[in-house]
Design a protein around this ligand. Sequence first.
Ligand SMILES: NC(=O)c1ccc[n+]([C@@H]2O[C@H](COP(=O)([O-])OP(=O)(O)OC[C@H]3O[C@@H](n4cnc5c(N)ncnc54)[C@H](OP(=O)(O)O)[C@@H]3O)[C@@H](O)[C@H]2O)c1
Length: 434
Amino acid sequence: MGERMRVGLLGCGNVGSAVVRMLHDHAEEIARRSGTEIEIVRIGVRDPRRPRDVPVDSDRFTADLRALVADRDVDVIVELLGGVEPARSLMLAAFSGGKPVVTANKELLASHSLELFRAAAEGGVDVLYEASVGGGIPLIRPLREGLAGDRIGRFMGIVNGTTNYVLTRMAEEGLDLDEAVAEAQSLGYAEADPSADIDGHDAAAKAAILATIAFDLPVVASDVYREGIREVSAEDIAYARGLGYTVKLLVIGESDDGEVSVRVYPAMIPSEHPLASVRESFNAVYLEGQKVGPLMLYGRGAGGDPTATSVVGDLIELARNRVAGLGYGAPLVAHTPERPRGRIKPIEELSAQYYILLRVADRPGVLAAIAGSFAEHDVSIKSVRQEGHGDQAQLVLITHRAAEGSLRACVRDLGGLEPVQSVMSVLRVEAAEP
Ligand SMILES: NC(=O)c1ccc[n+]([C@@H]2O[C@H](COP(=O)([O-])OP(=O)(O)OC[C@H]3O[C@@H](n4cnc5c(N)ncnc54)[C@H](OP(=O)(O)O)[C@@H]3O)[C@@H](O)[C@H]2O)c1
């Protein structure tokens, strides 16, 4: 058994306290598998005097996070504070002091990954972040290691449990968005201010991290095209089901010969697609590799205990590398995308299928006028169905694959056509036509 690894923990909230408990409860297995004991020697929080239900002496808590990072009795930092500052400055201080960092901070990674990766490389140490995407689901390590020899052409994922819960309740109980969000809040699945989830910011951060690793290209959250689920109605979900589709908030990354597209939006997927069966707060990422083919990783995308599993897995990797004499700058996990290859495509260059819901006048000639508008913009209609009559008439259209720019121009023109009372929804349809 090598010398014990001494951890300084920043943050002891949902995830931090679960990490403390896991290291305590599974201490024997963890020591056996790491080849060394992993011990939490300091814990940094806002209020060190507040009683906390964790198996650790109260004198290990401190509010002086800088001193914790600089402490000579701390070998490794685990950052579970969340947010950009002070997490960023503390991580940079750890790297310059030669200490590796394990973090779950998607917000920070999705905005400052290059700065952090460079600082870690300069400090000769590693930064591990398995918990930053998909909570307890191993995603980063499979991409960086098991799949490192393949070329990932596409990933599609459900990485936000709150919105997946909301969409599941809308689909299965016919709730509208506000009712489903209120229910998610009462169960603790959604924050009092749910906008980071509902508007797709959380998913965009995770999409940026996944794309950075999958495509060796530094992608930040602001590079990700983003639409949330606010505009999705119970009606859209019901029509989708009738047509054989399920509506999900998807993160999608595609790479084609160095042209990379990364986006987040609610989309219809065929109900038989593996992602369609991912219900409630579960997460999954579906990958397509050139050699491996399709692959799906599924599990709990949030929660203290699942997320702690990923954090502790990263700690065990650091411990093993040290026991193996590799120190903390293990070349095994070098991943800085220093030489980016490729270009991030704007959304206008997307080609997709679309679902369009129109409220229309119910009289002869309407369909011909609408079809004319589609033809003019080179968008070909795959199916069209009328629902309701008279004042309630609606047209549900699905297109074949079309250019996003053409589709947008077509929708603009449809809105101005005399028999079209309103364009009620437009959603993309993914994974249906090649
Ligand atoms: N919760 C999840 O399911 C989940 C899943 C995946 C990833 N993550 C990520 O994991 C990280 C931690 O999330 P969490 O849910 O555990 O957060 P949390 O429950 O809010 O806990 C945050 C902890 O950090 C401390 N803290 C925050 N800002 C601080 C500051 N400026 N100075 C000193 N202490 C500070 C807090 O101290 P006090 O206790 O004294 O207030 C608290 O102990 C975030 O990056 C989050 O995105 C969370």
